[in-house]
Design a protein around this ligand. Sequence first.
Ligand SMILES: [Zn+2]
Length: 449
Amino acid sequence: MQIFDTLSRDFKELKTVNGKRLNVFVCGPTVYDKPHLGHARTYIFFDIFIRYLRYKGLRPFYLMNITDIDDKIINRANSENVPYNEISRRYSTEFFKIMKALRNESVNYYAFATDFINEIISQIERLMEKGYAYETSDGVYYSVEKFQDYGKLSHQDITQLKAGARVETNENKKNPLDFALWKKRKPNEPYWNSPWGEGRPGWHIEDTAITERFFGYHYDLHGGGIDLVFPHHEAEIAQMEAISGKPPLVDYWVHTGHLSVENVKMSKSLGNFITVEEILKSYWPESVRLMFIGMNYRDTSNFIMDGLNGSQTIAEKLTWIYRRVADTEAQEKENYDAFMKEIKEPLEKNMNTPDSLVAINDFIKWASNELNKTEGKNGEIKAILDDLDSIFGIVRKAPIPEAIVNTILEIRKSARAKGDYATSDKIRSDLSKLGIKIEDRGNESFAWW
Ligand SMILES: [Zn+2]
């Protein structure tokens, strides 16, 4: 399988160094606000990528950090006049809720930065010992000039970077590009004890402290949004490779592209962030996933509401077909082989999901037609839908088994026939709480979810 690596700027064959095991780290959120569509894009992509690797028989260990201490969290806590950890608890809970709602189920472990303070301090101490870090009156900084390869991930020349850097107010830094490893305590800020006094960690050091603890000096793949390449990921390389003296930190750097909304870049100042919560009020998670499947993950892409409406139509078709074959035994025969080949092949070429989507749409056409003709292909249709759901998470299942839904509908039908509308209304409202909507058309009732 080929994957595009940001460091070498080239497609590389995905190889593992530990047999089936693949150690993967993806930058998680800074938990100070609700997740928006940009987060959804990145985390849905990596979820599908990891699902596909598992489907292929690999055993990725998918690790994600949660930045639960940061200026943004402290600012929000101050503006609400609450402790910082009330903010981080609220928005990490919200993040997990949204990940679950989006069906991003593949993360093995979420590592909270503040649980790794000892590891962070240990890394800073080693950087000090090796001469890569220095202490000032307000913190400990990484000296980028000491690290020869600084700029290699973002393909920038450090002297040009230095010239372009805006004049810093921090007089203590040797070079404006130097970044904080430890920030000394200011009044009313949360703090931990360290050899440099009370303070808190910088942002970049948390990731390498966490990955060293789980994976050691080197691991397979690091992912995140493209906006994290510089300085965040550049700093990670500088930290870990300086400590280990054994490059590379990782074999593959994988980055997702920017997302605009209705042709405008999403930004706080423009206030055009669309939260995932808002979208999920009107659309299925499967539709949101299908919309991103239709985009190449590395492209700068544009979110338009019409696109999401189109994805909702595809998701509904898949569900409709699934409901017709849900109780059938899956059969992996020639049509299964042919369609799955068309769907999987593009994924082998740097996760080219838009081409897989073309094949999925071909399958929908074929399956809809076969369902009308005969029952003969139902087992194969079921097998394809099962695989599509394992890889992409796009087939919406009933929250309870289909057979039970049908039995409940029968009971409700006989209640209605006897004029027992109290029972029939109660069934409708109880099912609605499970996410199953009942629609009455004359004497017939249909269930939707
Ligand atoms: Zn990170």
